[in-house]
Unconditional design. Sequence first.
Length: 116
Amino acid sequence: QVQLLESGGGSVQTGGSLTLSCAASGIVSDINVISWYRQVPGKERGLVAAITRVTGRTTYADSVKGRFTISRDNTKNTVYLQMNSLKPEDSAVYYCKGSFEENEYWGQGTQVTVSS
């Protein structure tokens, strides 16, 4: 079993920055990809960025390329999402997901609000 805990959300103005953290505990070796998703009311949860735990290979949604950076610190079992040049449309609840084959683990989410 794996537990994921997000932190770092908050409110910023357009153009500001935030760094989200996703701390994993439990049987961390049960996951090989950590992803960040976001969701606004009435819409489906969408992928923002992902990173593989071992190799560090990254994937980004087109809407955040060049502005967001996903990274990992395996010594702390933590994945980060550095968000720069934030826009109002980045406002959402951000969720961390750990996955390996058919297994998925989700965090509780953290709210990000970007005001214009």
